[in-house]
Design a protein around this ligand. Structure first.
Ligand code: ZN
Length: 510
């Protein structure tokens, strides 16, 4: 604007000046409001962080639990020497299962003379240690005697032969050392030593050892569950394998962290089939059955299932958060604000990503018979692990929506198990396990967690509202890769820790 007269200029400048003042005042107000909101959020964040107190129980110390380490080591070693392999032809290993059962009778004589033993589904074992008070609901401790096979051609890669049960003074080596003969031997040894001191439980203790856990548990744990149900038994709590004491795995915590799985994911597989016209490959259509199916799998991989922080995962952070340095504690104390950041962080590694969403992995793919023939049919199998809170039906619907191609048939394939319910951490059993772990290993931080695999405990879902999956062995990430892998082994220290844990747990369960 060009001012023609001085008065006009003065007027203009006045208006401009007042307008500028008004804008400045408005902006200051907005900035002050934003500042006030940020300040309030910061105060809330700091207050919530400060209020996030430790959830760790501080039990009174207990007397040391005596144990004959050499004897229990020998028992684990001997049990590994029986090749009790889960196989599509179970008869093949009948002799091995029978041998193991005979060996257990010999190694745990007090258990076999004082407890009732039933043989279920040919090789599974159910022991009943009758309590003094029959009005109390029994406790069920679970494990399994079967092991996964050693992958053909890898036997020579083992430092010690996989079924040798070799003991080097520090470790017991062999298939089943970790998964799961240690549970069987340690729980039996605990009862054997309690019987030696004439201990009698007030509450009945049941021990269930399936023989086909690695194959789904249909003949073993499922039959035991059905039998207990037919007897009208309701359990106080169920404890199976699953969680362990991790060392240097949870970031920000140098102490060992005992993870008690309070839920486990569901399991299902789906077969996807695409069909197209066969014929000679010299005049192909735009897409063959291989192309159609590949595109579908690519869509499934590109759009993952939604990320959800389940109660098992948020309560994990409720328990480990207070033990972390301030900046990490701040995140876990304020999931209302940092939830999306945490989800993003967890999604960045396969192990933690599996904790926050239903996962899908294409595991089988086949098509085509000759290089110059159009494949009339392509087939793939995808394996899904369903997050607690979701269902098999819902997962199937989501798969259909993601694939969104009527040329592909989708059908369930193989065994299906729904995800478990989530046991509340305020339940009596959780507190009992928490106390027991802190009694036998006072430096361990105890926390609930979600198990991404499946265990036999799922066959007991109708029998108890409280199911836990935990074995008190301390493992690093190097040890974890030995599950189902080469050089499976367990330290004698861990074996002793497991026996002491079961002794104390049975004492506390009364
Ligand atoms: Zn197992």
């Amino acid at each position: 604007m060009v001012c023609k007269r001085i008065e006009d200029t003065a007027q203009y400048c006045k208006e401009k000046f007042l307008g500028g003042l008004w804008v400045a005042a408005k902006m200051t107000k907005v900035l002050l409001s934003i500042g006030a909101v940020v300040f309030c959020i910061a105060i809330a964040v700091v207050l919530r962080t400060a209020m996030l107190g430790s959830k760790q129980i501080q039990p009174a110390p207990i007397d040391p639990i005596d144990l004959d380490a050499a004897r229990v080591t020998e028992k684990l070693s001997r049990s590994i020497q029986y090749r009790t392999v889960s196989s599509p032809n179970p008869e093949q290993f009948d002799g091995e299962f029978l041998g193991l059962r005979r060996y257990l009778e010999d190694a745990f004589r007090r258990v076999h003379s004082s407890l009732t033993r039933e043989i279920i589904g040919k090789h599974s074992l159910l022991f009943t240690w009758k309590g003094q008070d029959e009005n109390l609901r029994p406790v069920l401790l679970m494990g399994h005697t079967d092991v996964v096979p050693v992958e053909p051609g890898t036997e020579n890669q083992w430092i010690h032969p996989p079924f040798s049960g070799y003991t080097d003074g520090g470790y017991v080596w062999g298939r089943g050392a970790l998964d799961d003969k240690i549970t069987v031997i340690a729980s039996l040894e605990a009862i054997e030593s309690l019987l030696a001191e004439s201990f009698r439980p007030r509450r009945t203790i049941l021990l269930a050892f399936g023989h086909d856990e690695e194959a789904g548990g249909a003949q073993g744990a499922a039959q035991i569950g059905a039998l207990l149900e037919s007897r009208g038994i309701q359990l106080d709590y169920v404890l199976d394998e699953g969680g362990v004491i991790t060392r240097q795995i949870v970031p920000g915590i140098s102490s060992p962290v005992a993870l008690i799985a309070v839920s486990e994911k569901g399991y299902a597989s789906f077969e996807l089939v695409a069909e197209s016209q066969g014929g000679h490959s010299s005049m192909p259509p735009a897409q063959t059955s291989v192309g159609i199916l590949s595109a579908a799998i690519s869509r499934l991989e590109t759009v993952p299932f939604p990320a959800i922080l389940t109660r098992s995962v948020t309560s994990l952070y409720d328990y480990v958060g207070p033990e972390m340095p301030f900046h990490q504690r701040m995140v876990f104390a304020n999931l209302w604000l940092f939830g999306p950041v945490l989800k993003q962080k967890l999604a960045s590694s396969p192990a933690t990503n599996a904790m926050i969403r239903t996962t899908m992995a294409a595991t089988m793919f086949s098509a085509g018979a000759k290089e110059n023939l159009l494949p009339a049919k392509a087939r793939a199998v995808v394996n899904v692990r369903i997050l607690p809170g979701e269902t098999f039906d819902g997962t199937l619907q989501q798969l259909r929506r993601k694939i969104n191609d009527p040329r592909i048939r989708i059908a369930p394939f193989g065994p299906i198990s729904e995800p478990s319910s989530e046991t509340d951490v305020s339940a009596r059993g959780f507190q009992l396990l928490h106390r027991t772990i802190r009694q036998v290993q006072p430096d361990a931080i105890v926390a609930p967690s979600l198990l991404v695999g499946a265990t036999d405990s799922r066959h007991m879902a109708k029998l108890s509202r409280e199911t836990y999956r935990f074995l008190p062995i301390e493992l690093t990430s190097d040890d974890l890769r030995r599950y189902h892998g080469i050089d499976e082994r367990v330290s004698i220290e861990n074996l002793g820790r497991a026996v002491r844990f079961y002794v104390q747990l049975i004492r506390n369960s009364q």
